[in-house]
Design a protein around this ligand. Structure first.
Ligand code: SAH
Length: 404
């Protein structure tokens, strides 16, 4: 596959004709066109660079083609692209430059965020001297594109190791041959990072996502500004919020259902100086059950963080997901003392900012509490939102202050 794609990039690019609806999507500045909006196409090898035309043959730009995804094309330029590897290199350099002034107080952050950096199908995260690459489409998987990605990253960032994290399900959907996660370059796949002065171990070949939830990094610092007293970090993973709160709170309890995540949290805690008398404990449990039991037992906290996994994986799940968020937030609100802080998050793309606010407000009503919105936040700045591409905006993080 990759060889054919490489050849097709050099030869005249094949053409794809779009329906009026497909053209309208591009005019609305969304880079995706679905297969149902393709009205004519040459015989296109998987992962090809294609010229995009309207029904009358007018040239609209250049896209990356997938033979298997419902998202048949992803625009990469509104002009011609004679040399895809060169363009990929240029876009990676631009993504690095974009973050130079934006990203502060960390050596762990996202360098390339797919569509939001005009590189659909590519994610690159930096963890100090170890980089993590995720290839999500046929076009980005082509050998000559992969080579350009690695070369640019090595030249620009001089990492000690570059790791690939493979999502087997995505490769299957893209009809790409199976591949194992592993080192792509260099020797090093684990390292140590520092976010907002808090130290974390990073193992590039373990854990969820690419190892950490980098999109929450600025929210950790924000939460720490308000956190006080006794804190509970439900869905704590490797301790992102919990370890930031440890500096401000008298005690912190982290809860997660994943034992490996908690083992890492424990190691991370050991890396950081423990302020005198502060208590830090990790509990392996189902956070829903634990919150229900603690609420029933009248446990009280001053700070609670809720950062559950995405409840709505598709639009069909929306109502159920909203019910889940409401229940969880209601339990937490009932447990918070007056003046308490609730940091509540949703990473479900299908739950929009307005939906989330509405459901948290409904929980406050049922809890008979008034809450002030101290901050209404999203993902960290290294995860830019591209206007007109709602898929790039998925994380909500509210910081609320409770009064009775
Ligand atoms: N706050 C974390 C990220 C949380 S991601 C951070 O910033 O790093 C969601 C977490 O919820 C994952 O660690 C996952 O293991 C955990 N999880 C999923 N279902 C759970 C459940 N029912 N109870 C407790 N934890 C759960």
């Amino acid at each position: 596959m990759t060889k054919r794609a490489a050849v097709s990039a050099k030869a005249a690019a094949p053409c794809v004709k779009l329906s009026t609806r497909g053209v309208a999507r591009l005019h609305a500045r969304h880079p995706w066109v679905y297969r149902s909006d393709i009205v004519g196409a040459d015989d296109i090898p998987p992962g090809s660079v294609v010229r995009v035309l309207d029904e009358r043959g007018k040239f609209l730009g250049t896209a990356l083609y997938s033979s298997s995804s419902q998202i048949a094309i992803r625009m990469i330029s509104h002009g011609s692209v004679p040399d895809l590897p060169a363009l990929v290199g240029e876009r990676i350099r631009a993504a690095i430059a974009y973050r130079k002034d934006l990203v502060a107080n960390t050596d762990a952050y996202r360098i390339v965020f797919s569509e939001a950096d005009f590189l659909p199908g590519l994610i690159v995260d930096r963890y100090n001297d170890v980089l993590t690459v995720q290839v999500l489409t046929q076009a980005m998987d082509a050998t000559f594109v992969r080579e350009a990605i690695l070369q640019t990253l090595r030249e620009e960032l001089q990492p000690a190791g570059i790791v690939e994290r493979v999502e087997a399900r995505i490769r299957e959907l893209e009809q790409l041959p199976p591949l194992a996660s592993g080192l792509l370059w260099g020797e090093k796949s684990s390292t140590e990072v520092t976010m907002n002065g808090v130290r974390f171990q990073h193992d590039g070949l373990e854990g969820q996502k690419t190892g950490a939830f980098l999109d929450q990094r600025e929210n950790y610092a924000a939460a720490a500004q308000y956190g006080h007293g006794e804190a509970l970090d439900a869905f704590c993973y490797q301790g992102g919020f919990a370890l930031h709160l440890a500096a401000k709170c008298s005690s912190v309890t982290g809860v997660d259902s994943s034992r490996p995540a908690l083992e890492m949290a424990e190691k991370n805690a050991a890396l950081n100086a423990k302020p005198n008398g502060r208590e830090l404990e990790w509990i392996e449990a189902n956070a829903f059950d634990l919150l229900r039991d603690y609420a029933a037992a009248n446990r009280r906290y001053d700070t609670i963080v809720l950062d559950p996994p995405a409840f709505a994986k598709s639009k069909r799940d929306l109502e159920k997901a909203l019910g889940g968020y409401k229940e969880l937030n209601l339990r937490a609100m009932k447990m918070l003392r007056p003046g308490g802080i609730l940091v509540t998050c949703s990473c479900s793309f299908h739950v929009g900012a307005a939906d989330f606010l509405r459901v948290v407000a409904a929980a406050a009503q049922d809890a008979h509490k008034s809450l002030r919105v101290a901050e209404n936040r999203g993902a960290a700045r290294d995860h830019p939102i591209l206007l007109n591409v709602p898929e790039t905006s998925y994380l909500q993080c509210l910081i609320l202050i409770v009064s009775d």
